[in-house]
Every structure is written in structure tokens, then in C-alpha cells.
Write a protein that binds this ligand. Structure first.
Ligand code: DC
Length: 226
């Protein structure tokens, strides 16, 4: 089988991972994999059943009833399929962001999703974004980048993004939610958000999208012949 390349992008909520990774994937002809969407699908499924994301027994009991699939449309956009239903849009709320962060702390959930993420990387050149891609999912990734920005900058970007989508968002509330998610994602015992030793850190606080893409292309070009 031909060698496939993997670029792992980790970092906190709102650092710009998905916007940047999507664009780079298009430019490089790689498959973009948004792993946060998988955790969001689990959170959405449990939410529909009325199971609290903190309820260990409930999560363990119902996780097997869920079949999650990732599909790509002709434009390369990722769709999340929950027991046959496309829930890609339903999982993009602040409520589900928060619940996904809590659900993702359970060992049973992380184990259930691990192979699925690794299998995509076996078959395609991927740019995969998440929290534990460089540390756990693809520890041998060819390139690892840790994208970050101050909590205020991330909250501002997220607020603008939600408003642009027609949702109501207040900066102070979004900032509190981001800080809470940062805490949860970095303090969980299993696969917490942390920088891999061989990862390159990129702070995007002072950069626009073009600036981040250019910086990332430089980091990637040092490791992969494009
Ligand atoms: O990237 P996102 O905001 O869509 O992710 C939602 C939540 O899912 C995030 O707060 C933590 C969890 N997550 C994770 O634990 N591991 C990943 N690789 C990706 C996301």
C-alpha cells in the first residue's frame, strides 16, 4: 500500500483549527477529518435519549446503540451520520459543544471512537484536527501542530462565527464557556488536551487566516515534500 501522510492539528476550542485545516486540506489535496464532530454526534445522541453527559452508567449502557459514520460529499465536506441520519447541522450548538466536552471524558466513548479515526488515516492522506490527535490517535503523524490563541481572541472569533450563522451569542458568555471547556478538556484523566513533545506550537492570536495558513504551510513543508 502506498504511504499515506498524516498531519495532526490539536488545540483548544476556537483556535481556528477547523477553518485552517479545511483550507489546507483543499490546497494540499488531503482529506480533512474533524474529530470533534464525532464527539459532538455522541453527545447529541445521548442528549436525544435524555442521558446526562456526566452519567457514567447511562453513557456505558447506550453507547453501543449508536452507529456513527463519517461521510464526505462531492465537495469533500464532512457529514456526520447518526444511526443513518445526517446530524451535521444539529451538532453545531453551544449546548452540544459543552456536552461533547463532558461526554469525551469517558473512557468507553474514547475507546469506541479510536479505531474509526485511525482507519480514516490508514486509507487517505489526512489533516485531522482534535485534542489528542498527535498524542493518542496518530502518535506517528508526519507533522504535528498545536494551534492556540488567547481565550479572549478565541471567544471573540467564536462569538462572531455564531452571530454570522444567525445564532445569538454574547461575548462574555462565550468566553466563560470556552474557559470551562479548556478546563475540562485539559484536566480529564484520559487523553487530555496537551501538546505532543514533537509538536510545533503556533499562536494565532495576532494572525489572520492567511497568516496562519502561510505559517502552517511552512511547518508542513519542512516535514513533507509537497
Ligand atoms: O473541536 P470541537 O469543539 O468540535 O470538539 C468538541 C469537544 O469534543 C471538545 O470540547 C472535546 C472533545 N474532543 C476530544 O475530546 N477529542 C478530540 N480529538 C476532539 C474533540
Amino acid at each position: 500500500m502506498a504511504k499515506t501522510y498524516a498531519i495532526a492539528i490539536d488545540g483548544p476550542a476556537g483556535a481556528g483549527k477547523s477553518t485552517i485545516a479545511k483550507r489546507l486540506a483543499k490546497e494540499l489535496g488531503f482529506q480533512y477529518v474533524d474529530t470533534g464532530a464525532i464527539y459532538r454526534t455522541v453527545a447529541y445522541f445521548l442528549d436525544l435519549l435524555g442521558i446526562s453527559p456526566k452519567d457514567v452508567d447511562g453513557v456505558e449502557r447506550y453507547i453501543d446503540e449508536l452507529n456513527v459514520e463519517i461521510r464526505y460529499d462531492e465537495d469533500g465536506a464532512q457529514h456526520m451520520i447518526m444511526n443513518g441520519m445526517d446530524v451535521s447541522k444539529d451538532i453545531r450548538t453551544q449546548d452540544i459543544s459543552q456536552k461533547a466536552s463532558l461526554v469525551s471524558a469517558h473512557a468507553v466513548v474514547r475507546e469506541a471512537l479510536l479505531d474509526m479515526q485511525r482507519n480514516v488515516a490508514k486509507n487517505y492522506n489526512v489533516i485531522m484536527d482534535g485534542r489528542d490527535i498527535g498524542t493518542v490517535v496518530l502518535p506517528k503523524a508526519d507533522v504535528k501542530i498545536f494551534l492556540t490563541a488567547s481565550a479572549e481572541v478565541r471567544a471573540k472569533r467564536r462569538t462572531d462565527e455564531l452571530i454570522a450563522k444567525g445564532q445569538t451569542a454574547v461575548f462574555e458568555t462565550v468566553l466563560k464557556e470556552i474557559e470551562q471547556r479548556d478546563y475540562q478538556d485539559t484536566h480529564r484523566p484520559i487523553a487530555p488536551l496537551k501538546m505532543a513533545k514533537d509538536s510545533v506550537k503556533l499562536d494565532t492570536s495576532e494572525l489572520d487566516i492567511d497568516g496562519v495558513v502561510a505559517a502552517m504551510r511552512k511547518i508542513i513543508a519542512e516535514k513533507i515534500e509537497l
